[in-house]
Design a protein around this ligand. Structure first.
Ligand code: BG6
Length: 526
């Protein structure tokens, strides 16, 4: 092990020239990571082309990458460095911005893109990798600092991690080594625990960055700022004032060409274990003592541990599942899940789920958290809605009473990112009638942003800087699996029980609406 495996050294700060005002120069005091190589396993895969390379090219354009930054793509495809650069250039042009993939800017970035064709099963695979890294560290001045990115099918994580350990690539002297692991992190509690053990046999926990791209989204990070940098919110953010919380992550797309993966995963593993439970944590957690990795993650783990178990039959009442049938999405015909490539014709894999959860602690006792997510719904939209209780006594009778709707704080995660507060006002006129209106903050209009920064940019940069606040810790991942385990088991045991087919382009199965109706509530129309 390296003396400081986490590599948490003070980071150099890029300074404006002496005497210059950084704001006048349009320069923020950004932290710059130390020179390093990012080794991407799965370099010819979709994730590298769609997300990682565009994010890195954009960081380069914004001058946020360290000097000498190098990518070493690892894959079985027989590419040269030059061919790898071409493919990545096409990917950046397609999935990010043509400008990022052109001119001197691209040339400077591409000079740091290297490729190693490797059969990871071969005897000398990791020895060869180690030799290439030694060369690159010398040529590029990257000082032995390495980030390994596992963008491969999860079954390959253990052999890769073992191989890195055996080749001595898990650490080095006076340098740092980190490993980024993509989801799915296991397929249930037991497999996640085994994977954690395998990973931690080689890497110290402080070197491990389990990525959940939702945490890199600007609006998700803003949840913490909104909650903990505003005094007016905290006094009401609890069971005394809040009636319930709705967390919705709706997608209009189907599963695309990921049939094989999705058949194994289903919506709970694909979306709930990570993204939705992370959102729940950020809404429900207590204020951490500091905005530091362990302090934040400690609080999230406490929320997950407080979630009431859905075992002993509770899943029958509190968990709903569905699968998309044919229909129309945004005016276009859309086929059924069972007819997607790589999907069995009698598949019972759920593509939609809704859960009712309770967080058993002082702040949230009695406040249900309704979570829903599905594919091929009416439109792509994610939001968190915090619905307040009605006022304890309403002064206004008659017609006014009929108009009353509860206050809602809705946090729009995507698209049209922003926050709205819904409250009642008096309609102009002689009679006393009310109407709910929205006080609306939108990132677009307040910051002139047409597009939000890519979540991967933030997360890749944080990893290079040694900041794991927005990554999930070992106990957190296991606690999230523990929440879902009873439902996964029950659904695996009786795969067809309660599975409802919903028409593509609708808002999901009827049972999901009944879940709230039974409590005298309903899903928000978003
Ligand atoms: C991924 C899931 O983690 O998140 C996909 O595997 C899903 O199935 C995607 O489509 C949604 O991410 P976003 O950022 O588009 O909301």
């Amino acid at each position: 092990m390296a003396p400081d495996p986490a590599g948490r050294k003070p980071e150099p700060v890029r300074e404006p020239p002496a005497g210059e005002n950084p704001l006048r120069l349009g320069m923020r005091r950004e932290r710059i990571a130390e020179p390093c190589v990012m080794i991407i396993f799965g370099a010819s895969g979709d994730l590298t082309r769609r997300k990682l390379m565009p994010a890195l090219a954009s960081l380069h354009a914004r001058r946020l990458l360290p000097p000498g930054f190098t990518v070493l793509g690892v894959g079985r495809t027989a590419w040269s460095d030059e061919r790898f650069r071409q493919i990545m250039q096409e990917a950046v042009a397609e999935f990010a911005d043509r400008e990022l993939a052109a001119g001197a800017q691209w040339d400077a970035f591409a000079a740091g893109l290297m490729y190693q064709c490797t059969d990871l099963g071969s005897a000398d695979a990791y020895g060869g990798l180690a030799r290439r890294l030694t060369d690159l560290d010398q040529i590029r001045g990257t000082d032995g600092n390495h980030v390994f990115y596992l963008a491969m099918p999860p079954s390959l994580y253990p052999p890769i991690i073992g191989g890195l350990g055996e080749a001595g690539l898990d650490s080095g002297d006076r340098c740092w080594t980190r490993v980024i692991i993509e989801k799915p992190f296991g397929r249930d509690l037991a497999t996640a625990q085994t994977l954690n053990r395998d990973v931690n046999r080689v890497f110290h926990e402080s070197q491990v960055y389990r990525i959940d791209h939702y945490l890199g989204k600007e609006t998700v990070q803003n949840l913490l700022v909104f909650r903990f940098a505003n005094a007016f919110l905290e006094p009401t953010w609890n069971r005394q004032f809040i009636d319930h919380v709705q967390i919705s992550v709706a997608e209009d797309i189907g599963i695309g060409d990921r049939g094989g993966y999705y058949e194994e995963a289903g919506v709970l593993r694909d979306m709930f274990q990570n993204h939705l439970l992370q959102l729940l944590c950020l809404v429900a957690m207590e204020a951490p003592v500091a905005f530091e990795a362990d302090a934040v993650r400690d609080e999230k783990v406490k929320v997950l541990r407080a979630v009431r178990s859905l075992d002993a039959g509770a899943h029958r009442v509190h968990a709903v599942r569905g699968q998309y049938a044919a229909g129309q999405v945004l005016g276009r015909p859309a086929g059924a899940y069972r007819h997607e490539d790589g999907v069995q014709r009698k598949s019972v894999t759920p593509t939609y789920a809704a859960l009712k959860l309770h967080v058993d602690n002082w702040r949230w006792q009695g406040v249900p958290f309704y979570l829903r997510s599905g594919k091929r719904l009416a439109r792509k939209t994610s939001e968190i809605a915090v619905v307040y209780r009605q006022v304890p006594h309403l002064l206004f009778g008659g017609e006014a009473r009929a108009d009353l709707v509860p206050n809602v704080i809705s946090l729009r995660i995507q698209p049209d990112e922003g926050i709205a507060l819904r409250f009642e006002v008096k309609r102009p006129g002689m009679s006393l009638r009310m109407r709910p209106v929205d006080m609306d903050f939108s990132y677009g209009s307040s910051f002139g942003l047409l597009e939000m920064p890519n979540a991967y940019e933030r997360l890749l940069l944080d990893c290079m800087l040694g900041d794991s606040t927005l990554f999930t810790r070992r106990d957190e991942v296991e606690a999230a699996w523990r929440v879902l385990q009873p439902v996964l088991e029950a659904w695996d045991h009786a795969p067809e029980e309660g599975l409802e087919f919903y028409e593509s382009g609708t808002w999901g199965p009827v049972a999901a609406h009944d879940l709230l109706r039974a409590d005298g509530r309903r899903w928000r129309r978003i």
